[in-house]
Design a protein around this ligand. Structure first.
Ligand code: HEM
Ligand SMILES: *[C@@H]1O[C@H](CO)[C@@H](O)[C@H](O)[C@H]1NC(C)=O
Ligand SMILES: *[C@@H]1O[C@H](CO)[C@@H](O)[C@H](O)[C@H]1NC(C)=O
Ligand SMILES: *[C@@H]1O[C@H](CO)[C@@H](O)[C@H](O)[C@H]1NC(C)=O
Ligand SMILES: *[C@@H]1O[C@H](CO)[C@@H](O)[C@H](O)[C@H]1NC(C)=O
Length: 508
């Protein structure tokens, strides 16, 4: 008898729990209906994109693609649920442009800014504009971009030039020791590690100067750190289902070990520079030291350094190997680009910052690569001030503060309606300054747009352009085998596997 009662109680408890969890998860599901917007189907108790919670091998970008394809021709925006939170998916790029640019004051914050604050020990991440909000964001951003002005990059251009020459020397050594075929993902990250270490900390990362194939400690820490940071962003998105777990598990975006490594590195770099080494050099370190003289702490400097390093190393490296892969596949385009580069070199041994940025076809090829790769495939913004969204068909949606919107840049970039044969690498699309028109229509957003546009846009472009310039002026780049595109658990769709390209020295 007593036994039965216990079983009975247990069963009741289990049922009540399930019902409670069910209500917790589906609490808001009528949210969009009540406000006159369409709710994207199918809707599960885990939201519109259950993949972010259950299927590890599936990127959110594919789930978004399904919803996008289904509704894009009929609606300007549809209601979705990121786990249990309502989110508006913007299908019409014109509406995306409006949100990012014209209505910025209503959508000031990014979702990532809600990821920090619960864990005071994660002190460098909250110093990044990417992860901060409101006035704090503005101050951090202004301080950071002061170190990345065109004028400063021009003065620091010798760093990129030197990295370009080291890259060619490294390729030469690799060819001598291991043959003409070089894994190009590795090669690309070696280059971006080298430029960032020198620009930010004034050191040689050892990624191009060490022995072939060896991974120097700077690059090893950087890779572990970026991999952890990007996977954290995914973990935090998952935790939207119950945000209190962030505090419960003391979730972090940067690891303690990497924080300590970069603190020591920055301290040493500041001391060395103050002691006279590299005196008079204009780079990011000299900017950090100026800020410290005006009252910033060493921790502020580490924070700023890591902002530049995160994407200057990882995202720019990703764009570079995708671009090299596309050029190896498209020989005609590679030849056209090479002749532009060799023409620029005909009158001078070295190229200047201005000349490099004024090469029109190089710019087109970079933009086409950015479009195809779209390493940051979607942006989420929080509505910070109530506003109206014109849904079309004379329907106006009243959007309230706290609700988020998703802008699926990857989907716009891969839509045949905007870019005929969108999966093809065709730099001619960007002839005659077409980019600015695409940008105004909201269909070309590799760096986002509006006041929160990527603050390192010029740095990323500079790294990619410099590497391409040095490689194409010295080597013919050929494909040895196809690499499939795959959506991993990461933030996009990338070449999935080793990128083995063949480098043949050009006769001069
Ligand atoms: C080619 C490489 C790069 C690409 C494709 C890229 C792309 C983007 C995109 C799409 C955004 C906007 C996200 C949003 O609106 O939510 C963004 C923001 C940002 N990027 Fe980049 N980025 C690149 C390189 C860099 C570099 C080199 C840096 C640092 C120097 C950097 C620092 C940032 C920061 C701090 C933000 C946040 C800005 C803010 O919220 O005010 N990025 N990036
Ligand atoms: C997970 O996603 C992969 C890749 O899209 C798919 O092939 C697989 O069937 C999915 N698994 C489940 C259990 O949904
Ligand atoms: C090109 O740059 C290198 C390295 O800074 C320098 O040694 C060389 O003299 C320069 N050549 C010309 C023609 O300016
Ligand atoms: C490429 O894109 C950038 C930034 O989006 C833009 O400033 C530039 O003019 C574009 N260039 C070309 C050739 O389309
Ligand atoms: C997580 O959210 C951020 C916030 O905008 C977004 O950029 C990122 O792509 C999301 N990633 C995944 C895998 O959910």
């Amino acid at each position: 008898m007593a036994m039965l009662t216990i079983v009975g109680w247990c069963l009741t408890f289990v049922h009540v729990s399930f019902v409670a969890i069910y209500f917790y998860l589906t609490w808001y599901h009528k949210y969009w209906d009540k406000r006159g917007a369409i709710t994207a189907e199918p809707l599960t108790i885990l939201g519109t994109y259950p993949g972010i919670l259950v299927n590890k091998s599936r990127s959110l970008i594919l789930d978004v693609q399904e919803v996008y394809n289904k509704y894009k021709d009929k609606y300007r925006a549809v209601g979705t649920f990121i786990t249990r939170q309502p989110q508006l998916l913007i299908l019409d790029p014109a509406l995306a442009h409006e949100i990012l640019v014209d209505k910025f004051s209503h959508f000031r914050d990014t979702i990532t800014s809600s990821f920090v604050g619960h864990n005071p020990e994660d002190k460098y991440v909250e110093r990044s504009p990417f992860f901060s909000s409101g006035e704090e964001w503005k101050r951090r951003r202004t301080e950071n971009v002061g170190g990345l002005t065109p004028n400063r990059l021009k003065q620091a251009f010798a760093i990129w030039e030197q990295s370009g020459r080291k890259l060619v020397e490294y390729i030469e050594r690799a060819r001598r020791e291991k043959g003409d075929v070089i894994e190009t993902r590795d090669l690309s990250y070696r280059f971006t590690a080298d430029t960032m270490a020198d620009f930010i900390w004034g050191i040689d990362a050892g990624s191009l100067s060490g022995s072939v194939g060896e991974i120097a400690s700077f690059q090893k820490v950087s890779t572990d750190w970026t991999v952890y940071a990007f996977s954290s962003i995914i973990r935090f998105n998952k935790s939207l289902v119950a945000t209190f777990v962030r505090k419960l598990f003391n979730m972090r975006i940067f690891t303690k070990a990497s924080d300590e490594f970069f603190l020591r590195l920055t301290q040493d770099a500041v001391n060395l520079r103050r002691g006279g080494s590299g005196e008079g050099r204009t780079d990011f370190l000299s900017h950090l030291i100026q800020l410290q003289e005006r009252g910033n702490s060493i921790h502020d400097s580490v924070g700023h350094a890591l902002v530049v390093h995160l994407d200057g190393y990882e995202t720019s490296g990703a764009v570079l190997y995708h671009m090299l892969y596309s050029l190896s596949e498209h020989r005609e385009e590679q030849e056209k680009l090479r002749s532009e580069i060799l023409d620029a070199l005909a009158s001078n041994d070295n190229i200047s910052y201005e000349q490099l940025n004024a090469l029109p076809y190089l710019d087109q090829c970079v933009n086409e690569s950015l479009r195809l790769t779209t390493p940051i495939g979607f942006f989420m913004r929080i509505c910070t001030k109530a506003t109206q969204i014109d849904l079309g068909n004379e329907k106006i949606l009243e959007l309230e503060p706290g609700v988020t919107v998703m802008i699926p840049a990857f989907q716009y970039h891969h839509d045949d309606a905007f870019y005929p044969e969108a999966s093809e690498f065709r730099p001619d699309r960007f002839e005659n300054g077409a980019a600015s028109a695409f940008n105004k229509r909201g269909i070309f957003l590799p760096f986002g747009d509006g006041p929160r546009i990527c603050l390192g846009m010029r740095v990323g472009q500079l790294s990619v352009k410099t590497a391409i310039f040095h490689i194409l002026s010295n080597y013919l780049v050929e494909q040895t085998k196809k690499v499939p595109l795959g959506a991993d658990t990461g933030l996009g769709i990338f070449l999935n596997g080793d990128v083995e390209l063949k480098y043949t020295k050009l006769r001069k």
